[in-house]
Design a protein around this ligand. Sequence first.
Ligand SMILES: Cc1cc2nc3c(=O)[nH]c(=O)nc-3n(C[C@H](O)[C@H](O)[C@H](O)COP(=O)(O)OP(=O)(O)OC[C@H]3O[C@@H](n4cnc5c(N)ncnc54)[C@H](O)[C@@H]3O)c2cc1C
Length: 503
Amino acid sequence: MAHEALAIAPLDECNLKLLASVRPDGWKNPTAAPRYNMVVIGAGTAGLVTAAGAAGLGAKVALIERDLMGGDCLNFGCVPSKALIAAARAAASARNAKRLGVIVPAGVRVDFPAVMARMRTIRADLAKLDSAARFKSLGVDVFQGAARFTGRDSIEVAGAKLRFARATIATGARATAPPIPGLAEAGYLTNETVFSLGELPRRLVVIGAGPIGCELAQTFQRFGSQVTMLEVAPQILIREDRDAAKLIESALNRDGVRIVTNCKIERVEKRGSEKILVTSAEEIVADEILIGAGRAPVVDGLNLEAAGVEYDPTAGVKVNDYLQTTNPNVYAIGDVASPYKFTHVADEHARIAIRNALFFGRAKASSLIIPWCTYTDPEIAHVGTYEHEVEKKGIKVKTFVQELAEADRAILDGETDGFVKVHVQDGSDKILGATIVASHAGDLISEITTAMKAGLGLGSIASVIHPYPTQAAAIKKVGDAYNRTRLTPFTKRLFERLLAWRR
Ligand SMILES: Cc1cc2nc3c(=O)[nH]c(=O)nc-3n(C[C@H](O)[C@H](O)[C@H](O)COP(=O)(O)OP(=O)(O)OC[C@H]3O[C@@H](n4cnc5c(N)ncnc54)[C@H](O)[C@@H]3O)c2cc1C
């Protein structure tokens, strides 16, 4: 797909402030140095962390961005979506306050333009950290323009030729639209345009029930849209733990989202201002359609062939465990080269690339323990392997589950939908993976990730004091459950005899 025009709207004070940081008008590209230690293509999380880190260590660095510095996370991803989610949670809390004995007058309403304005203000403020001016002040040569390789050690941008000892491709990913007849003609929103909406769509159809689809479906429903989410698979969040996905499905239904699984969309028709989605079972009328059906790596226009860099249009740039491409002097990191399309992975990849590319490091991507979180309410967070994955590999696991309905803090908060599920290797307390569903599961999962990283077993977590009452105490309870399994009938009999003797 050809590169599209910048998608930031409206051009109000906040967005102009954002653009002044991430795409300053009248920016003058610097004169290219004779040769760079590192040329970075793409100024999203992966590129920014690489450029700042390498420059901080004394490297001569060029950073090239064709659109907006900050990439998806700042402009069209994590930042705007989580700002909207905060507002949606506030609306849901107000609507549900009665359950806690708090009387909120009926008719809680979301002022959508105000929510969007708040998001734009926060985004513009956060943009300073990713700004062209800041990176210039860090000693990075910031180039505006689309980069393309002209050889194995050279890149062209806006008429300038940059020669490099090492380069890093950090061009990210973009939303892919399924090939549904009439969809393109009817028009649709993606993550690049949904955060520019000025009006709340009355009827919103979300195509795709992955993390982005689920987060935004719940958010817009809570804002007051009637949301229908269509998923071709038999269930939502297909990659997640089944029990976790079921809980989220119930939560979305409770909010009023209509979910249609096993849904085959045959075509989309435009009738007046309405968009009609014709499925095998029914016709669904929408004012807007939002696509959340997968992301494809951005590999077009880079002329990767000239650099000897192999790639696949679906899987992205081919890299080895050191994040080196088929040209050993060129690295690829973040969404363009990873199945784990998360900001924290892009950040970690950048650290690996700096070490390996500039300092003869041998850091491996496969050594990363990667947690992630879907920010629905409740959230689903996961780390390590899933039960079904390890079983496929022939590893035997034991699974320990603590329902939040038995955790005092969750009961007190009225947030009992959820659980902590931890898989350990059978016969030991080595943690192989965990899924947490809780209102702030994304925060809770770090305790398990830390334990896995430090090689601490589930039994050790039971010996960690957790403040009472916290939802994190549910993790300790899972540890207790594991420790109870160590009490064999023989040891139990021994203890009973000892205690009888001491009476
Ligand atoms: C709606 C949404 C919500 C998300 N929420 C979360 C979340 O809560 N937590 C989380 O961890 N992740 C989240 N993500 C994912 C996260 O945004 C990405 O994983 C992250 O931005 C990847 O960073 P990156 O640097 O690899 O790529 P990007 O951020 O996509 O940056 C790539 C940059 O390269 C530039 N570029 C491309 N081609 C060229 C070229 N030829 N020349 C110059 N520049 C070029 C692009 O313009 C872009 O700025 C979300 C994503 C979306 C869409």
